[in-house]
Write a protein of this length. Structure first.
Length: 371
């Protein structure tokens, strides 16, 4: 078992009522005289920092970072959520909307539809300058859906058969040549562009025939009844999550400290039976703990020191009963984090994290430049 000073240095103690030693102290003499070892240095960071990918899918990434403080982990989380750019629908021009959904609500729904486009290939639109919408800063989609009864070749309505009853994200059609929606006559008289964009060339040249589209085709946007229709034009622009949540490249992003369960003394006999009933049973095929022996010779063996989320919570609650706090303890290593990123699908999580690292690096360079 670790001594008291070592516990304070390296672990957060998870108790029933509170967490102890949660404050990160990285200065000289934090734990007594001549404690140079605990001071943060760049050389120490380079030697001790480790990163390991534990799970990776198309839009999901889980990895461990060891040898960093909560300040770095939280900086990455905040940058990913609020400062990594993303393309999203910003402006919607309605030609017709006879559905029960108000224009503002439907425009908001469209803004939350993930767009499969690399924001690094576009320039950021300056709203204050009211600059022209070009192929370099805007993506244009159109939607034209009308719900009607299906008819046979003779024009007779087919019973219980309705066309375009549901409006999906796949109904957003990319316009690589830019806006097709004509402005008011007054605007044309002023010599301004006749549409809502001013593309000098087709975006197909740069991105290919189907280079830009929605990430998912099956996002339900509205339901219609025969006679109702929606016709609109939507303009996508580049921005960051601090401007609006729709510009965040992730659905969620979080981190947690790596937990460790330690027995201060062997759990045997009656205690072993109580412990298993409280913290393991009746979970089928459970592998965090194992009961060996029976009766007075029964003992509990830890099979996974990290445990699962359910076990950790049950052990934590158990430490608040009787003298269990003297027998078992839940610790979390203060410089070891499990980091999780769930992308909305526009870009892979590893690309998003790399961009967050670059943004943090540029911030540090800017800060050093002011010194």
């Amino acid at each position: 078992m670790l001594d008291r000073i070592e516990l304070q240095k390296k672990f957060v103690t998870v108790g029933f009522e509170e967490n102890k030693n949660a404050k990160d102290q990285t200065y000289v003499n934090a734990f007594g005289s001549n404690d140079e070892e605990h001071k943060f240095t760049l050389q120490k960071f380079r030697e001790e920092f480790k990163i390991k990918i534990t799970e990776k899918r198309e839009d999901y990434l889980e990895f461990e970072m060891e040898g960093i403080s909560a300040a770095f982990a939280n900086a990455f989380r905040r940058i990913i959520l609020a400062e990594v750019p993303q393309m999203a629908i910003e402006r919607v021009y309605f030609v017709q909307n006879t559905s029960v959904i108000a224009d503002e609500i439907f425009a908001h729904r469209l803004g939350l539809v993930p767009i499969l486009a690399d924001p690094n290939m576009f320039e950021e639109y300056e709203k204050e300058t009211e600059e022209l919408l070009t192929e370099k800063n805007t993506i244009v989609f159109k939607m034209k859906v009308k719900c009607e009864k299906e008819r046979d070749s003779s024009g007779v309505a087919v019973p219980d058969s309705i066309l375009h009853e549901k409006v999906y994200s796949k109904d957003l059609v990319w316009l690589p040549a830019g806006s097709e929606l004509n402005k008011e006559d007054l605007e044309r008289e002023k010599g301004l562009p006749t549409t809502y964009s001013n593309f000098s060339e087709s975006q197909e040249i740069k991105f290919g025939k189907n280079g830009i589209k929605t990430v998912h085709d099956d996002i339900l946007l509205a339901k219609l009844v025969p006679g109702q229709e929606i016709e609109l034009e939507a303009h996508c622009m580049k921005s960051v999550g601090s401007d609006h949540a729709k510009f965040s490249p992730v659905g969620t992003c979080w981190y947690r400290l790596v937990p460790t369960i330690i027995f201060k003394k062997p759990i045997t006999g009656t205690d072993a039976k109580v412990f298993m009933s409280e913290c393991s049973d009746p979970i089928p095929n459970h592998k965090c703990f194992e009961l060996k022996g029976s009766g007075a010779k029964a003992s509990v063996e830890i099979k996974s020191t990290r445990g699962c989320d359910l076990c950790l919570e049950r052990v934590r609650e158990l430490t608040g009963e009787g003298d269990w706090a003297e027998k078992v303890i839940v610790l979390k290593k203060r410089d070891h984090y499990i980091f999780t990123i769930e992308s909305v699908g526009s870009r892979t999580p590893e690309v998003i994290f790399k961009e967050a690292v670059n943004i943090l690096s540029s911030k540090c360079q800017a800060a050093l430049g002011t010194l």
